[in-house]
Design a protein around this ligand. Structure first.
Ligand code: ADP
Ligand code: MG
Length: 273
């Protein structure tokens, strides 16, 4: 096959075709430039002129009320929606050319948990980006799946149907799937919902380990109490970016009032006094 045909075939198969594009020198893990988005039939923008950069090693909390556009931003980054204006790049490339490097834990409510698949099958899906859809998992893929199951402490659940599990166990399965994917940018959409304290601690411990290895992580959450402890940066969003910086600096009563539209009791945020 000629060079040109090979390249165009690789592009067509960007997801399963082992299209391992290198980072462009100095490029951030994620760059969102002037992104606005509006869904058809909606009167208002879901996102308006959003700019942000995330660098390798950062652990970023994406905070905002229901309907703020957090899931929309994640879908735009993954290329599941096309922005009305602006651009998104992942390690210097469009996300669709770089899907092996970006993994998502979707919002729990957006997943059909009745689908008849086992935990092991779901976690193995994290490897398809490396395998292509029509190849059988090899020993190295099985090892990656076992390591991900072990990291999330769900080896004993491997042959269970995902629909039978608790909310917290299902979140561990989805995180294990992204660990098996071994992406460099991880986007987690409200992974702390429905999880008990031990699952929450395991999630944070895992994210800290991954960012220490140079991976970039963005986590949408409603839990303001975890920002200063577990994140290096907080990004407040309500259709537009309201505040962006170290949690201790941006987590002020003013920011919360602007994002959520009401005055917070001052005692809730003792680190701001
Ligand atoms: P968040 O994740 O912060 O709760 P979303 O990104 O889900 O917010 O939603 C942002 C806005 O876009 C909301 O007003 C929501 O109703 C709207 N929206 C989300 N998805 C769709 C869709 N598929 N079609 C039309 N409107 C949508
Ligand atoms: Mg959402």
């Amino acid at each position: 096959m000629s060079e040109v045909r090979c390249e165009s075939r690789r592009r067509a198969l960007a997801y399963g075709g082992r299209c391992h594009l290198a980072s462009l020198a100095g490029e951030p893990a994620l760059e969102v430039k002037g992104v606005s988005h509006r869904y058809p039939a909606m009167q208002d923008d879901a996102l308006s002129a959003v700019n942000l950069k995330i660098h390798p090693g950062e652990r970023v909390a994406l905070v905002g009320p229901n309907g703020a556009g957090k899931s929309t931003l994640i879908r735009l980054i993954l290329g599941m929606e096309t922005p009305l204006a602006g651009s998104v790049s992942v390690f210097g490339h469009s996300a669709s050319r770089c899907l092996h490097r970006v993994a998502v834990v979707p919002q729990r409510s957006s997943i059909d948990w009745h689908f008849p698949v086992t935990v092991r099958q779901v976690v193995t899906m994290g490897r398809y980006v490396h395998l292509g859809w029509f190849r059988r998992p090899k020993a190295e893929d099985k090892e990656a799946v076992d390591a991900a199951l072990e990291a999330m402490e769900i080896q004993d659940l491997a042959e269970r149907q995902v629909g039978e599990l608790s909310g917290g166990q299902q979140q561990r399965v989805m995180l294990a799937r992204t660990l098996a994917h071994d992406a460099d940018l991880m986007l987690l959409d409200e992974p702390l919902n429905h999880v008990d304290i031990s699952t929450q601690e395991l999630i944070f411990h895992t994210l800290e380990r991954l960012t220490a290895q140079g991976k970039a992580v963005m986590v949408s959450t409603h839990d303001l109490g975890v920002l200063t402890v577990h994140f290096s940066r907080a990004l407040f969003l309500d259709k537009r970016i309201i505040a962006d910086g170290p949690p201790r600096e941006v987590l002020t009563p003013e920011t919360i009032a602007e994002a959520y539209g009401f005055e917070f009791h001052k005692d809730y945020a003792p680190w701001t006094s």
